[in-house]
Design a protein around this ligand. Structure first.
Ligand SMILES: C[S@@+](CC[C@H](N)C(=O)[O-])C[C@H]1O[C@@H](n2cnc3c(N)ncnc32)[C@H](O)[C@@H]1O
Length: 262
């Protein structure tokens, strides 16, 4: 009898636990859905828009230079740079609507009229910008895609540099901030192999006696990496003038995609 009542109470606890978990997941799902619906109404967010190339001045209501933050997540660099440079425009780009929601909400509340967000895939960037329309790119803590077979997904792979090249203004720069030693080394190899101009190379930002003000902007993921004791690295570079052809760029053999990779 005692055994059965113990079993019954255990089952009830399990049921309660599982119901509790489902309630939490349901609440999380509900919140996400709510945020997806909300960003549709935000004036500072565009979701897979059409007709944007050459028209960002209408979105920002001025013709100031435009900087992109790719893989922006909650848009910490978009917001941080927008606060520092009111005479420039900043656009965070990410796939995830609920992350963009956070940055866009903050930009509306402060307010930061020079900060906006574009929800799309970075691979589709050419659909949204006219040649030379972007003056600078920040890539903040992108997924490093450590498997060699996934290297073409790295946002500093020559394939992506070729995508950015026509959209970037002459002398436009690319900034990468990462905790990944693999992505940092890979990007340096790409810079060299693609004939890019390396402007700054900081292998450990927080080991510097004075961290440059722009590098003090801390992203959500950066905060987590710092808590884990990881080293934060930074590269700044410019693309070559000659058009890139990523298939012609020879990376060191260990960085080459293996046969059969897409
Ligand atoms: C590790 S998080 C970094 C977010 C933010 N930069 C930070 O440091 O807190 C990487 C972000 O890249 C976005 N992302 C990955 N691949 C993408 C793609 N192809 N197009 C758009 N966003 C992408 C993800 O949605 C995610 O928000």
């Amino acid at each position: 009898m005692l055994y059965y009542s113990a079993q019954l109470s255990l089952s009830a606890t399990r049921l309660q636990y599982s119901a509790g978990k489902n309630t939490i997941f349901a609440a999380m799902g509900q919140k996400k859905l709510q945020r997806f619906a909300e960003i549709e109404t935000f004036p500072n967010v565009l979701i897979y828009p059409e007709g944007m190339p050459g028209n960002w001045h209408t979105f920002f209501k001025n013709d100031h230079p435009l900087t992109l933050e790719l893989a922006c997540g909650k848009g910490d660099y978009t917001l941080g740079l927008a606060r520092r440079y009111p005479e420039k425009n900043f656009l965070g780009v990410d796939l995830k609507g609920n992350r963009i929601w956070r940055g866009a909400k903050t930009a509306m509340e402060e307010p930061l009229p020079n900060a906006g967000f574009l929800r799309t895939q970075i691979d589709k960037l050419a659909n949204y910008f006219a040649p030379g329309e972007i003056s600078e790119i920040w890539i903040t803590f992108p997924d490093p895609f450590l498997r060699n077979s996934k290297q073409k997904k790295r946002l500093t792979h020559p394939k992506f540099l070729q995508l950015y090249q026509p959209l970037l203004a002459k002398d436009g720069t690319i900034n990468l901030k990462t905790d990944s030693p693999e992505l940092y080394i890979f990007t340096k190899e790409v810079i060299e192999a693609a004939g890019c101009i390396l402007i700054e190379d900081i292998p450990d930002i927080y080991a510097m006696t004075e961290v440059p003000p722009l590098l003090q902007i801390r992203t959500f993921y950066e905060g987590m990496h710092l808590e884990d004791g990881r080293t934060i690295r930074y590269l700044k570079f410019r693309l070559p003038e000659a058009p890139l052809d990523w298939r012609e760029i020879k990376l060191p053999s260990h960085a080459e995609a293996t046969e059969g990779d897409d």
